[in-house]
Every structure is written in C-alpha cells, then in structure tokens.
Write a protein that binds this ligand. Structure first.
Ligand code: CA
Length: 505
C-alpha cells in the first residue's frame, strides 16, 4: 500500500478567469507524481455570483457552466465540458475526484414570493420576535436560462425553512416560514439552533425536496464520474439527510463513494456525535487544525506532548482527514485561523509523516496565495510529500514526551525500498532525543534531509540520538534514501497555467 494524500485543489482568491478546470487537468500528471491520491475540487455549479462565485452561493446545481445564467455560461472555474475533462484527466492518472457538495442553501432566486413567516431572534433562532408577518422572500427558482434541461424541478418557498431578507421592507433578519420548523439534528451550540446559515435554507427532509436532491445526486455522479464527495456545512444540516442520501446513492450506484464532511467545530465530542454509530463518512479534523494554529501562535507555549489529545486523528484515525489550513481558514475569511508560516513545515510533518489519518494538502500552501496578502508557498511541502510517498512507512515509535520537543520514527517496510524515517520537532530551543528506528537499520548512517543537523549512525540496538534545531522540524532518512532524493529532484513549479487560455483580447 502506498500512503494516500488528498489535495484541496483550490484556495479562496483564485483568479476568476474560468480556467481552473483546465489548470487542474494539465496539472493532473504532476499531482499523481507527487503522491496525491484524491483531488477535492471546488463546487462546480453556478452560484448567484455567476463567473465570480466561488461556488458556495449555490443557484443551480444542474448548471455546471453550460447555461447562460447569472451573466455567464462558465462558472468561476470553467465550463461543464472542461470540468468533465478535468475529472477524467485526474481519474486517468489513478487519483480519485471528490466533488464539493453544497446543499444547505440556495441563493439568487429568480423571483420573490409572498410568504407568511415569523421573525426570530438572530442570536436564538428558537425564539420568535414577531407575530405572523407577510414578507416578500427570494424563494422562487425557475431557472429560465436552463429551460427545463436535465430536470424541470422548480423551487418555491415550501422547499425552504426560512430566509434572511424581506424585499418589501428591504430588511435583513431571519424569518422562519409558516408551518416550518428548523431542523432538530443540527448544532444548538450557536444561535440556539444553527440550521439557518445563509440564503434560502433548504428543508432537506421535505419529501419533495429529498427526492429531487437524490435525483440530482444520481445525475451528477452519472455525468461527471466523480468518486466521492466533500460535504459542506454539516453542522447546519439535519444529520439524517446525508445518512439517507449517501446510503441511497451508494445503493443505487454500487460504489463506495468515499466522503469527507466539514463539521466546523474544535470540540471532538461534536465530531464524534455527528459520526455516531453509522460512521457514514470521514470528517475533517478541525480540533487538530486549532491545535496547529495555536502552536503556531503560542511562542512555544503549546504543549507539543499532548498535541493530538482531543483530536479526531487521536481518537478515530480511520475517519479523520487531517489538514493544516483550508479556504475558510485563510486570512479575512469568517473562520480565519491561518497557521503561522514558521510552523507550517512542522504542521505538515505532523500530518504527512505519521501513520494515522488521511492528510489533505492545501493548494494555497502548495502554490502560495498571491491574491491573499502574498502568503508564500510552503517551500518544504513538496519534500515532505515526497518523503510521505516513498519513505514514511512501517511501525511507528512515538516520543511525544516533552512540551517543547517531540519526535517519532518509522521503521520502514520491505515493500518500499529505503523506507523508514525519523522526525524531531521543536517549538522552542534546540535539543536532541534518542529514538529507536529498528535493529534492521543498525550501522546505517541517517542524514537530515530537512533541517541541517549532522548525520547520525544507528547503534546496534536500533537507537540513535537525533538533533533538533530551534523552532523547526528536522527529518532524517537512511543515507541511501537521502541520496535517492537528490538524484530524483522533486518537480516544483509556480502557479499551474492552463494550456488553452481563453483569449479575450
Ligand atoms: Ca440548514
């Protein structure tokens, strides 16, 4: 088995040039070479912002850049044909494609409707603050630009729980529609009941809507050939919806449909509660992200010995997708919590070189975020990915025994030539640690490939004393493997370019 690595193949401020599908298509061979096994692509359907919408402002899930709607045929990322071609190119390189699925809300309706509704307290949506009112709600979706192609379902207010805008009074608040109630199995820790997030909140368990979303799911899988999903905004959605939707789609297609969900909470018990007994999907390890963020901001005061305490990867590694940053944690986003640059190599070592968890590398870290305050690419990341792909195998020995200096080793396995590695990480001063790498390595010289610590010789007992530099991660490999890395230089490149630029000049 080769180690798996997921790639989140976008960041928040990509240029709105409708070329991203082409960029990903062209980069597919490079991703495969780097050891990527699954590519999470951003939402592919038309949002209310047309060619400028990142895809989360969902307007029409049947318009993957094919119909003249919201001022544009292509989406921010390209056309339907380009999307399908990019999916095929990525899958053709032996990688999975995970589609980003956003079903919590709809935005940019085609018309308003008169709806009876009650206003609720924004800070506690279980409390009504008005009697029965009549508002003009943007809830009528008829998709005139698509004219019934693929599916003629039209949405009206009965498909939604509520909304945040009254067109009559031009007032923003939160209204619950007459006869509707917020979904129960959502998070109640924020806003009393956090079913309502934005736009027109979809009533997911209304039969009419459920049937439509299932029909759409089958259509999408059939058209695009994607292998699975990344699910958006889970804490705002009735838990039973995806349990049923995934199960129905898996049954209908006979496919595994690997799925990872975004349940944004730093509290492990929330994630465990959502996964429940069914374990129908994996979840992003948000608690670990916050540990890494905090370590990067604590001036060495984060207790590294317990960095995995209270994380999903520490308690349920087979359902944990570990990550350092994502599009939501970038600066200026609502969940902004960007891991500081100095700690990024350490953070990536913690998710890439250990046994537990399915790590997800962020496009913004791989390529940098030039449109987002000029955050640089993590220069060490390609090397760490290469070490993961080729050498981070075998039994793991942990030395998570010091608040400022931790380490671990992998013994290596016969199946991966030259495998085995030792990692030592400090968030304060320099130091050293005696660690066991296996007696099969006795007498070998191990060389530091990240950091500039001196080489060490493995003793007859399989131990060696590894040096750590101050405030950084050091990675050691058997000499022959370190030389192999030098012989096979790691492909690195700037922002990928699409080969067929649309010439608007
Ligand atoms: Ca909701």
């Amino acid at each position: 088995m080769t180690n798996g690595t997921m790639l989140q193949a976008f960041s928040w401020y990509l240029p709105a040039d409708s070329q991203h599908w082409n960029r990903l298509r062209d980069a597919a061979p490079t991703f495969a070479h780097e050891g990527i096994t699954a590519v999470w692509m951003p939402p592919a359907y038309k949002g209310e912002g047309g060619a400028n919408d990142d895809g989360y402002g969902v307007y029409d899930t049947y318009d993957l850049g094919e119909f003249d709607q919201k001022g544009s045929i292509p989406t921010k990322y390209g056309t339907k044909d380009e999307y399908v071609a990019a999916v095929a190119a990525i899958r053709g390189q032996g990688m999975q494609v995970l589609a980003d699925i956003v079903l919590n809300h709809r935005m940019g309706a085609d018309a308003t409707e008169e709806v009876h509704a009650t206003e609720v307290d924004q800070a506690n949506r279980e409390e009504t603050t008005s009697g029965d009112e009549t508002i003009q709600a943007w809830t009528k979706f008829t998709f005139p630009g698509r004219a019934g192609a693929y599916d003629d379902f039209c949405w009206d207010w009965t498909c939604f729980h509520g909304t945040d805008w009254d067109e009559t009074t031009h007032r923003k608040s939160v209204w619950l529609f007459d006869g509707k109630h917020w979904d129960e199995d959502v998070t109640h820790k924020e806003n009393g009941n956090f079913d309502y997030l934005m736009g027109a909140d979809v009533d997911l368990m209304y039969d009419h809507v459920y049937d439509e979303l299932l029909r759409w799911g089958k259509w999408y899988l059939d058209l695009t050939g994607v292998d699975g999903f990344r699910l958006d905004a889970l804490k705002h959605m009735e838990r039973n919806f995806y349990l049923r939707w995934l199960s129905d789609l898996r049954q209908a297609t006979g496919r595994e449909l690997y799925t990872v969900g975004e349940y944004w909470s730093g509290d492990l018990s929330d994630l465990q509660g959502y996964l429940g007994d069914e374990r129908a999907m994996s979840l992003f390890d948000v608690p670990l992200h916050y540990r890494l963020f905090s370590a990067s901001n604590s001036m060495g005061n984060q207790d590294l010995a317990h960095i995995f305490d209270g994380t999903l990867v520490g308690s349920d590694p087979t359902h944990a997708v570990t990550f350092v940053d994502n599009h939501d944690t970038q600066p200026n986003q609502a969940l902004a919590s960007t891991v500081e640059t100095w700690f990024k190599p350490s953070a990536y070592a913690l998710i890439l070189l250990r046994e537990a968890g399915y790590p997800c590398v962020f496009y913004g870290d791989l390529y940098g975020m030039p449109n987002d305050g000029g955050i640089p690419a993590v220069a060490e990341l390609p090397l760490l990915m290469e070490v993961r792909r080729r050498f981070a195998y075998g039994e793991q020995h942990d030395y998570l025994d010091d608040a400022d200096l931790i380490g671990w080793t992998r013994e290596g396995v016969g199946e991966h030539e030259g495998s085995g590695c030792a990692v030592i990480l400090s968030d304060r001063g320099e130091g050293d640690k005696t660690m066991y790498v296996g007696t099969s390595h006795a007498g070998e010289t191990w060389t530091c490939v990240l950091g500039d610590e001196a080489s060490v010789t493995i003793g007859d007992d399989g131990n060696a004393c590894f040096d750590a530099g101050a405030g950084r991660v050091s990675v050691y490999l058997p000499q022959a493997s370190a030389s192999a890395l030098e012989r096979d230089p790691i492909v690195r490149h700037g922002q990928p370019q699409a080969s067929e630029q649309t010439d608007k000049g």
